[in-house]
Design a binder for this molecule. Structure first.
Ligand code: NAD
Ligand code: WQD
Length: 347
């Protein structure tokens, strides 16, 4: 007998979570429950998801780092079959200043959701990991067999530990199977800018910095270092459209549901496979938005690696996942989102 899958999305009001909820609602008939404590988002996201897809997920406010709240959630929503676990704190610099908060929130929420989920019959678990687990690596591109260097921040270490928890749990003989997805640099927004990234504080990531500078929220932005050994002296990263990332979650979930021989734990890189410099990213933004960006060259930012990009062939082979959207689409949709937030029309 087949039941409709019932998927718990933790952190579903956040940036990547909301795009994934929207992808699930628009491409599947699964029952979707988003649980979030709105520490870095607001419930307004659900109305935006409805505007984007015509559907709203079920949703609930809870702190997943609190075991009692997680237990109550599974009691009140019986029949959850799969979990996509986004809920975490994600700022690298903040984690350096607040390591205990980061370890507590990111580890407790994972442990609570995993343990209660397995106890309540959950069979598929997808975990948000990060390219930051590779640390300061020099062999490029990185694939899943590349031996990671040391994680450079408490944030990155919560992902190293999270992956380890899942692989140890898988080896313990549980019926729950898990996949860790290592995102490179997710950017961009839902077509038309209907969903996007809403940083609560001043952003530290490049693309929100670019769009907020262009709209005038920030007076001027800095390019951190132009003396790196790269083609134009600025750092190289692997930017990947958030909608491509969202679709990978749907594929990973379906893969676990439909592949009895899938290993109990597996890990995939999610990147575009090609590197873009900071100046190339800025030029692309200027081209697609018809905006001139005000920036200055500043000293290198502590902790930045020169270059990192992904070999994502494993995700193609096993999940049939292929990133479909260009850097132009990433920048254009990010700009549309910024303009929509400001109540302006994008060009
Ligand atoms: P986000 O902050 O927009 O979303 C995370 C959501 O989780 C937020 O809505 C927040 O309110 C919620 N949350 C946090 N702690 C919670 C708790 N204890 N209980 C309930 N809800 C809680 O971040 P995002 O960019 O969407 O990232 C999603 C996941 O992907 C995170 O695990 C992050 O570490 C990981 N990741 C993000 C990136 C990136 O560049 N954005 C890259 C690699 C990995
Ligand atoms: C990109 C490039 C900066 C801001 C981080 C995390 C990683 C993952 C993705 C979560 C770098 C340059 C940036 C600015 C700049 N997140 N830059 N001026 O550091 O590659 O990765 O987000 O898991 O773990 O570490 O992303 O967007 O901060 O920076 O010149 O104002 O843009 O130096 O070269 P990063 P980023």
């Amino acid at each position: 007998m087949h039941h409709t899958p019932f998927i718990l999305v933790t952190g579903g009001a956040g940036y990547i979570g909301s795009h994934t909820v929207a992808a699930l609602l628009s491409t599947t008939n699964y029952r979707i429950l988003s649980v979030d404590n709105y520490s870095n988002s607001t419930p307004d996201t659900y109305s935006r998801i409805e505007q984007a897809t015509g559907k709203k997920p079920e949703y609930l406010q809870a702190d997943l780092a609190d075991a009692a709240q997680v237990e109550e959630l599974f009691r009140n929503y019986p029949g959850i079959t799969g979990i996509i676990h986004f809920a975490a704190y994600k700022s690298v610099p903040e984690s350096v200043h607040k390591p205990v908060e980061y370890y507590r929130n990111n580890m407790n929420s994972l442990l609570n959701v995993l343990e209660a989920g397995a106890a309540h019959g959950v069979k598929q678990f997808i975990f948000s990991s990060s390219c930051s687990i590779y640390g300061n690596i020099s062999t490029l591109p990185v694939n899943e067999n590349t031996t990671p260097a040391t994680a450079e921040s408490p944030y990155a270490y919560t992902k190293v530990l999270g992956e380890r928890v899942l692989s140890d749990f898988a080896a313990s003989g549980t019926a729950l199977k898990s996949v860790a997805l290592r995102y490179f640099n997710p950017v961009g927004a839902w077509p038309g800018g209907l969903l996007g990234e809403l940083p609560n504080q001043r952003p530290n990531n490049l693309v929100p910095m670019i769009t907020q500078t262009a709209i005038g929220k920030i007076a001027e932005m800095k390019v951190f270092g132009n003396d790196y050994p790269t083609r134009d002296g600025t750092c190289i990263r692997d930017y990947i459209h958030v909608c491509d990332i969202a679709e990978a979650h749907v594929l990973a979930l379906n893969h676990l549901m439909n592949t009895p021989q899938a290993p109990a734990y597996d890990v995939f890189n999610l990147g575009s496979g090609s590197g873009v410099t900071v100046l190339e990213a800025i030029e692309t933004f200027e081209k697609v938005s018809h905006q001139k960006l005000t920036y200055t060259i500043a000293p290198r930012r502590a902790g930045d690696v020169t270059a990192i990009y992904s070999d994502s062939r494993k995700a193609l082979e096993i999940l049939q996942w292929k990133p479909l959207r260009s850097i132009e689409e990433m920048m254009h949709s990010a700009w549309q989102w910024e303009c929509r937030l400001a109540g302006k029309m994008a060009v």
